[in-house]
Design a protein around this ligand. Sequence first.
Ligand SMILES: Nc1ncnc2c1ncn2[C@@H]1O[C@H](COP(=O)(O)OP(=O)(O)O)[C@@H](O)[C@H]1O
Ligand SMILES: O=C(O)[C@@H](O)C(=O)COP(=O)(O)O
Length: 406
Amino acid sequence: MQLGAVADDFTGATDLATTLTTRGFSAAVVIEDRPVDPARLAGLDAVVVALKSRTAPVAQAVAESEAAIDRLLGWGAERLYVKYCSTFDSTDEGNIGPVLDAALARLGADRTVVVPAFPANGRTVEDGLLSVNGELLEHSPMRHHPLTPMTRSRLADLLAPQTRATITEIPLAVVRSGALREAIAAAPAGYLVVDAVADDDLRSIAAATDDLRLLSGGAGLAIGLTPASSGRADAFPRFAGRRLVVCGSASAATRGQIADAREQGHPLRKVDVANALADPAAEVAALAAWVRTLDPDAVPVVYSVGEPADVTADGGASAEAVERVLSSLVAELARDVDRVIVAGGETSGAVVKALGIDVLRIGPQLAPGVCWSAAVAEGGRELAIVLKSGNFGAVDLFSNAWELLP
Ligand SMILES: Nc1ncnc2c1ncn2[C@@H]1O[C@H](COP(=O)(O)OP(=O)(O)O)[C@@H](O)[C@H]1O
Ligand SMILES: O=C(O)[C@@H](O)C(=O)COP(=O)(O)O
């Protein structure tokens, strides 16, 4: 296996895996510590272990990441990639620094690059400052993120409280100078925050770091990686059951996709959050009954946030209830529904766990960082599933995604 990766959330894992497959890698995502027969991974160029560690306590995130790294090395991974969010989601007490420290220690390596840039999704780094769609991170909507509000934009300032290692910034001029490899070798041991505003910059960084055993970043850096072999090519299965979209995401991109689905005439139903809190089983039953009344060819969209004011700020109780209801709904309908789009990172984690999925096989890409995966749910039913980061995907994704399935 050429590359083993650890991602700090489930949508991040499919983001990296699909970016790798666009480069010709054969790739799969393994869910957390689910036992997997290594024969299922044989011949793959890359395996991404999906954790739900982004906002976990540091000790837990490090322990889970170390266990994932050990599994990947045991499966024969030659190099490692630590995948975090392209908006560097973390706090001063956060996990990116400690997980990188642990990964370097496990590999006996002394340096790696820090590259959250992903220009195809509007994330760029210049002069060490991270921007989102042309706005500095601290001015972007990430400023208001409920768990990891990003109020600074300089990556070195965000990372410094999380590690004792030296952080060096490498400017765009060096990335484009043809002497990046030398600059990385000459820098002090530790972390190298490297500027990138275009895909060619990411390709230059990947080329200049081909001797590093550890890479780190969002998924964008993977566009510069090349598989050593043609890898294993699995045909993506065909699916013909019902379709379903569930959205627990409150992000602007998902809200736009919900509004577009309404305009396109898809049946929509909003989760009754008060009922989800009071009697989750009844809410699941009501939503499942609604789906079953619809034409089998319909694309029902079950969502919980149509506009920002729909979010109930009650210390997480409503968020948890919505996750429970949406994930139970997908599990309840899994006998009839075999093509599912899930919007939202946390929501995706809840759905994948409720379905008892252990491995996601990566299929067609829908947008940068968004793809179909094939998975077997507990009980043996195979389904196609999209785990969509809240902020990713075109506005018409809920209408057009199905056409990309074989
Ligand atoms: N109406 C609501 N009130 C409160 N929390 C909600 C509501 N709807 C969804 N949530 C929660 O908001 C969180 C959204 O996070 P996530 O699924 O990661 O989406 P994103 O990727 O857009 O951040 C989930 O925990 C979800 O259950
Ligand atoms: O790198 C990214 O931006 C994504 O892969 C990602 O991690 C997004 O997280 P969620 O918005 O929580 O899905």
